[in-house]
Design a protein around this ligand. Sequence first.
Ligand code: HT7
Ligand code: ZN
Length: 876
Amino acid sequence: GQIVHLADYRPTDFVLERVDLTFELDPTNTKVDARLIFHRREGVDASLPLVLDGDELKLSGLLFDQKEVPASQYDATPDSLTVRDLPAEAPFELTITTYINPEANTQLMGLYRTNGVYCTQCEAEGFRRITYFPDRPDVLAPYTITIIGDKAANPVMLSNGNFLGGAGYDEGRSFAAWFDPHPKPAYLFALVAGDLGVIEDTFETMSGNEVTLKIYVEHGKEPRAAYAMDALKRSMKWDEDHFGREYDLNIFQIVAVSDFNMGAMENKGLNVFNDKYVLADPDTATDQDYANIERIIAHEYFHNWTGNRITCRDWFQLCLKEGLTVYRDQEFSSDMRSRAVKRIADVRHLKSDQFPEDSGPLAHPPRPDSYREINNFYTMTIYEKGAEITGMVATLLGRDDFRKGMDLYFERHDGQAVTVEDYVKCFEDASGRDLSQFFRWYVQAGTPLVSVSGAYDGVTGTFSLSLEQTTPATPGQPNKEPLHIPLSFALILDNGQVAQPKSVTGGEVTGDVLHLTERSQTFSFSGISSRPVLSLNRSFSAPINLAFDQSPEDLIHIARHDSDLFSRWQALNDLALPNLTQAARDARDGKDVGCDPAFVAALLECAGDASLEPAFRAQALNLPSEADIARALGGNNDPDAIHAGRKAIHEMIAKTGEEVFVRLYDEMKTEGAYSPEAEDAGKRSLRSAALSYLTYAENSPQRAAEAFGAANNMTDLAQSLTLLAHRFPDASETTAALASFLTRFDGNPLVIDKWFSIQATIPGIDALERVTALMGNARYNAGNPNRVRSLVGTFAFGNPTGFNRADGEGYGFLADQILAIDPKNPQLAVRLLTSMRSWRSLEPVRAEQARLALSKIANASGLSTDVSDIVGRMLK
Ligand code: HT7
Ligand code: ZN
C-alpha cells in the first residue's frame, strides 16, 4: 500500500457515461460482463491510456465497441487494466469480462456469499474486486444491472434503483433487471440474490409519490423486521419535515445479512444491513438494540441525500458524508426520544472512544491529508468528531441560518461529488459569516483543551472569564493554530436564575454562545448582581476538554439548577471523577478508599428527584467507566486499582442510598406489555441502575437472580444476567442463569452473542481462560464478524482488568487472534487491534507487555496493508 495524498487529487482523464453490468451467478465462478461507455475528458492528451482499478482480478475478455481488443493494446494485472490507443473525442464502449469466486471471498468486500445469499459490499474500494473500473467516488454514472441466476436458489435478485422486469432466462435460470437513473459512484453499487423472506409496506412522499418499502430477512425472521420498518417510515417522514428531503425512487429496499464487517451500508435504494441492526422483538432484543436499529436505519436512509445524491469527491472528504449523516441521525434520535439523554449518551461515546483516538498514535484530522489504507479511516474521528463539527456550525449560525446553509448545499451540489470546502462555503454564503478560522477543525487533529478561570468583582458587579485554548501535538502536527470554539454558557445566580449581563466585552457573544477565537481571551460581563456560578460548554457545544477547577459546591449548584439537563449530568460526572481517580490511587497504594459525602448526597438527590426523567437519573447513576477514569488519570494506569477503587465507591453510594434504591427498584417497574419506546426504556434503565447498586449494598446474588427469573423481556434478562455474572461469577445462581439463558436462546446467534459478551467481560484474571474456553464452544464461529466481535472484541475492548492482566497474556492472545484473522478478513483484524491504541498510558510493566505483543504482530510476514498500517502507527 502506497501513501495517497490529498494534494495529488486530479480528475480522471476519461468520463464514464454509462454502466451496464450483467452477472451470471455461480457460487464459485460468477461471470461479470461490464459494458462501460467512456469519452476522453476535454483537453486530455489523446495519447494517454485509460487505466482502471482491479483487486485480485483476472481478465477473461475485452471488447472495444463489441470487437475484441488485440493483446498489444492493453495490459491486465490483478490490480489494473490499462487500455491504449483510445479515441481522442468520440465516446466508445468497453466490455470487460471477469470471473469471480464469491464463496472464497472471506474479506466481505466485493461480491461474497453469506448463508447461501449473494451479497456485495463496495465501500470503499470493493467494486474493483468485481470488475475493472475507475473505482473512485468522483466517477458517477447511471447503472443498468442484469442478474441471471439459478431460479430455485435465487427467487430474490436485487440491485439498485427501480425494477425493470424479470422472467425465466433459460432452463433452470431466471433473470432480473434493475435501472438506477441517479448517477452514482461504484461504492454505492449493490447486488443481493438468494432465497429470502420479506416484509412489505409503502410510504407516501410529501409530493404524493408512493414508495414500496421492502425488508428482506432469512425465512422465518420476518416478524422481527417490523420495528426496522417502522423506524424506516419515521426516518423518511422526519427527513421531509426537518430537511425538506424527499425519497427519489419508486422502491426502497433493505436486506439483513449475518456476515457483515460494519453496521450497514447505504447503497442507493438497496441498503445492506448487519442483521443485528434489523432484527428485534421483546424476547430477543434489548432497549439498546431497539435504539441502535432506529438510529442505523435512519443513518443509512439519510445517506440517500447526504452521501448518495451529493457524494464525496475523494475519500479524504469522507467526513463530509459520514459526519453530516451522524449529525442527522443524532438529531432524529433526539426528536424520537429524550434530547438531553441522547446528548449525554453521545458525549459519553465521544469521550470514551473518540477522545482516546484523538490523543493517541492513531490521531488524525477529520479531513486527513494522506492515507495508506482507506478502510482504516472509518474512524470515530471521521464519524463522531465529524458530527460534532456540523453541530458546532448549527450552534454558531443558529437554527435558521443552519437550515438555509443545508438547503443551499442540497440545491447547489445535487448530483455532484464535492469537498468539505464546498460544504462549508454553503454555510458562509447562506449566513454571511466567515468560517475560515472555523475550518481548522477539519484539518487539525487533537482534542483542544480550554483552561478556564472566572472571577467576580462585587464592587463593580462584573464577572470576568479568562479562557485559554491549546491543542496537544498529534502525529505529524506538532504545532496547532487556535480554533473558533463556540461555548454555550450560563451565569447561574444563587436562586437558580440565569444572570442577564448588561454588556459584554472581550469577544463576541451571540445569545448564550461565547465565541472563543484567540489563544487566550478574557470576557467581562457587567451588571451581575451577585457572584454567579459559571456553567460552560453546555450541551457540550464544542468537543473539547475543560480544565476548570470548579468547587464541589459550584458543581452541586449546577447539578441542581441548570436549565440545560446535559450540564446537570456533566456537573455530577465532574463531581464523581476526582473521587474515582483518588479511589484508584488509594487502592493502588493499599489505602482505604473514601468518598466525598456531598457528592454522594447530590447523586442520591438526583436519583430520587421525581421531576427528572428516569433515563436521565439512570445516566447520572451510571458512574464514569473504568476507561473514563484511566483517561482522567492520564497515564501510568493500573486497571486493577481503577477497578477496585470504582467498586469501593459503588459500595459506599449503595450503602448510603440503599433506601432510595429499594424504592426506585419498586417504583420503576413497567406496567403492561413491553414497549421499546423511550419512556418505558427509561424506567427500565433506572430500575436496573437501582438493582445494580442493590447488589453492592446487599452483596448477594439473590435479588439479581430473582430479577432474572421474573424478567419478561430481553433488557431485564440481559441486565440481571450481567449483574450475576460480573458481580457473583462463582455463585450457583450465576451458573444456573447462564445455563438457562443458553438453553432458551440456543439457535439464535444474535442472542448467544450477548451470552458470549457477558462472559467475556467478567472482570478479573480468569477472563482469558473463560474466553478461550468459549471459543471452543460449538456456537462460536471464527469466520463470522458478529461472533468474533462479541467474544474476542468485547473481551479486548470491554474487560480492562481481564484483558490487561499484568503478565501480558491478554495481549499475547489478542495478537494471535489478529494474526489468525488477518489473512481472511483484514478489516475485522484491525477492529480488534485498535483496542490497544492507548497502550502507552498503561503502567510500565503492562505497557512493555503490550509493546511486545504489538511487535509480534508488526514482525509477522504477509500482513495485510490494513493491519500493517495500524500496527506501524501504534508503535511509532
Ligand atoms: N458508509 C458505510 C461504511 C461501510 C464500510 C466501510 C468499509 C468497509 C465496510 C463497510 N461497510 C459499511 C456505513 C455507514 O457509515 O453508513
Ligand atoms: Zn454512514
